[in-house]
Design a protein around this ligand. Structure first.
Ligand SMILES: Cc1cc2nc3c(=O)[nH]c(=O)nc-3n(C[C@H](O)[C@H](O)[C@H](O)COP(=O)(O)OP(=O)(O)OC[C@H]3O[C@@H](n4cnc5c(N)ncnc54)[C@H](O)[C@@H]3O)c2cc1C
Length: 314
């Protein structure tokens, strides 16, 4: 049975949803070894129970928080030498992609970033050029290093008590950049946009009133997104912008309310599993990518939808 390494991704001491998704992809290929490169290992370990993980391995001896991504890449290279895995899977965050790049250089391996699917033969699927082209690719040299976008798969559960080992690593500390301080961003009650399995976005059609968008998002436990027209108008923070120059999301459900569906917006959301569009204009291009469409005024549709969801929950 082949082994697949996944790099445990965490934010502020919490294992992210992306880790469970990496494990699920890993399980398609072989036994999953979750590698922890964090000074928070003791807090992260219990959170890895019940995921599709066969073994956990904590890299010890290095203060990972103090160093840049170089320390993690160096530790992963040592784990690759020990385990000879079939592949290494890493979350497609900015940090994850930097680690993947450094690791690929260290191991002289090929790297694939932003995969939205991966099959048992290690053929990765990417959606490129604003979602207009689907690419299937595979690594032909070294240990394949693949970063996978969040929400690309529904995470499955697994062993309650994966076996654990500590693995001592060293780091020469030759960082060209140093982390001076690290503080997790202060978050509201809603899930992070790129982590959420449901995203409700509002556009220019909200006319600056995001209350019904937020209320519907809250009824579903969803994150709130926005089009660039809405963020440029100052109606919603730029950190919530979805699209070519904003964030790429790929949730199980994406709801676009009062968004026309410009190519630049679609580039950031069209790999969502199910897309629902609410728009007054039946000719709006968003309906071309929508699985379900409601032609209507968002100020009438969204409150009814929220009431419906709340009533269903009892
Ligand atoms: C280089 C570049 C990068 C870009 N990057 C991005 C990006 O990252 N993300 C992004 O979103 N855009 C981006 N854009 C902008 C993009 O081209 C569009 O201008 C933008 O997406 C439009 O936002 P919108 O759909 O909210 O507004 P509009 O296109 O004005 O559409 C508003 C929609 O709301 C509907 N509507 C109005 N009132 C209601 C109502 N009461 N109920 C229901 N529907 C209603 C209208 O019928 C219309 O379809 C970029 C553009 C460029 C040139």
């Amino acid at each position: 049975m082949s082994t697949v390494l996944i790099l445990v991704d965490s934010v502020g001491g919490k294992v992210s949803k992306a880790t469970a998704e990496l494990a699920t992809f890993g399980k398609k290929i072989g036994d999953v070894v979750a590698v922890i490169c964090s000074s928070d290992a003791a807090a992260l370990l219990p959170q890895l129970a019940n995921l599709s993980i066969d073994r956990t391995l904590s890299c010890t001896g290095v203060d990972f928080e103090k160093h840049s991504t170089g320390a993690t890449a160096s530790a992963l290279a040592a784990v690759i030498a020990k385990e000879s895995p079939s592949a290494v899977l890493i979350a497609s965050t900015a940090r994850g992609k930097e680690i993947a790049g450094r690791l690929a250089v260290k191991c002289e391996s090929g790297v694939i970033t932003d995969a939205i699917d991966l099959d048992a033969d290690l053929i990765a699927t990417q959606s490129v050029f604003g979602g207009s082209t689907t690419v299937h690719s595979t690594v032909t040299h070294g240990t394949p290093i693949i970063t996978i976008r969040g929400n690309a798969i529904e995470a499955t559960s697994g062993s309650a008590t994966p076996a654990h080992e500590d693995f001592a690593v060293t780091y020469d500390g030759l960082d060209k950049a140093k982390v001076l301080s690290l503080a997790p961003a202060v978050k509201g009650g809603r899930p992070e946009l790129t982590e959420a399995s449901i995203v409700v976005s509002g556009g220019k059609g909200t006319d600056g009133n995001f209350a019904p968008v937020e209320a519907f998002a809250d009824s579903l436990g969803a994150a709130v997104g926005a089009s660039r027209a809405a963020t440029d108008a100052g109606w919603y923070p730029h950190s919530h912008q979805v699209g070519q120059t904003g964030k790429t999301v790929s949730p199980q459900l994406y709801v676009a309310a009062g968004i026309s569906g410009a190519i630049q917006h679609r580039a950031g959301m069209q790999t969502s599993k199910t897309i629902v569009a609410i728009n007054k204009d039946p000719e709006a291009p968003i309906f071309d990518v929508a699985d379900f469409g409601v032609v209507g005024d968002l100020f009438a549709v969204l409150p009814q939808a929220s009431d419906g969801v709340i009533a269903k929950k009892g």
